[in-house]
Design a protein around this ligand. Structure first.
Ligand code: NAP
Length: 263
């Protein structure tokens, strides 16, 4: 297992919800965190405080991926703070649009935030990490060309491999991100591993509160073979496995969805 102690990880959308969970899990495992956020300034500061109270270093970088070229600049800004070991692409939007109701603007917004930003971030991350002058931020400073230097984890959705008609532009963007995960695993081997975490029922969308309407929660769980929501620890463990586990695993997509993608 790779030790995350002192390694710096950029996590997009890390100010709240699952991104925050990922940031705290990585910090508890010894990593320093660059917290990316877009609108959630106050929440980002709270996560920074929480990470610092764990004895780790945290920095905040803001960027709106609606304008995706700002995503590329984020990597230089992050590397100026501390050379990155890993990139976790978690920021996304998830709007309830059908094929018929998706406007060109909706389509472009989903693709920009959910797909183009991870593409540009991955490209810049790899360019920095693999540049001859890069300070080794990887798990081994040996000169061997086959030694892994960094890792990318793309946060997907079970829908990415089972595209249906709901949340149309979101689903298409995540399906493309799954394809990009595999394509990049080949393009960036052997120095950077690229894997995906395809999530299921982890946290209800922020615009629904199952406590107000238990039938919403029940309806989501109806189609989950595990018959329950995920526990936070289960998602954290899966992410940490991809960041610290065997470097020989690349192009893999692990489902943490209670079997949702199987039915
Ligand atoms: N929740 C689940 O159960 C579930 C299930 C399947 C897959 N996933 C995936 O897991 C990841 C995290 O899920 P979540 O539910 O925590 O997501 P979320 O609450 O919907 O949003 C994640 C973050 O994306 C950032 N974001 C939104 N628009 C942005 C923009 N224009 N530019 C830059 N960042 C932007 C937001 O940052 P700010 O708040 O700072 O604006 C937000 O904190 C996503 O990739 C999602 O698709 C989640």
């Amino acid at each position: 297992m790779t030790n995350l102690n002192g390694k710096t990880i950029l996590i997009t959308g890390a100010a709240r919800r699952l991104g925050r969970l990922f940031a705290l899990a990585c910090a508890r495992s010894g990593a320093d965190i660059i917290i990316h956020h877009s609108h959630s300034d106050e929440e980002a500061k709270q996560v920074k405080d929480e990470i610092e109270s764990l004895g780790r270093i945290a920095h905040i970088l803001a960027s709106n991926f609606g304008t995706p070229d700002s995503a590329a600049r984020l990597i230089s800004q992050a590397n100026d703070i501390s050379p990155l070991y890993a990139l976790v692409n978690s920021a996304a939007i998830f709007e309830n649009l059908s094929f018929q109701t998706t406007s060109l603007e909706d389509w472009n917004r989903h693709l920009n935030i959910n797909l183009t930003a991870p593409f540009l971030l991955s490209q810049e991350f790899a360019n920095h990490l693999l540049a001859p002058a890069a300070v080794p931020g990887g798990e081994d400073s040996s000169k061997s060309d086959s030694v892994i230097k960094g890792r990318i984890v793309n946060i997907l959705d079970w829908r990415a491999l089972r595209p249906g008609a709901d949340h149309f532009p979101y689903t298409v963007s995540k399906a493309a991100l799954a394809a990009m995960t595999r394509s990049l695993a080949v393009a960036l081997a052997p120095r950077i591993s690229v894997n995906g975490l395809a999530l299921g029922a982890i946290l209800p969308p922020s615009d629904t509160n199952p406590a107000d309407n238990p039938s919403v929660s029940e309806k989501i769980i109806e189609n989950v073979p595990a018959r329950r929501w995920s526990e936070a620890g289960e998602v954290e463990e899966a992410l940490l496995f991809l960041l610290t586990g065997p470097a020989y695993i690349t192009g893999e997509i692990i489902h943490v969805d209670g079997g949702r993608h199987l039915i």
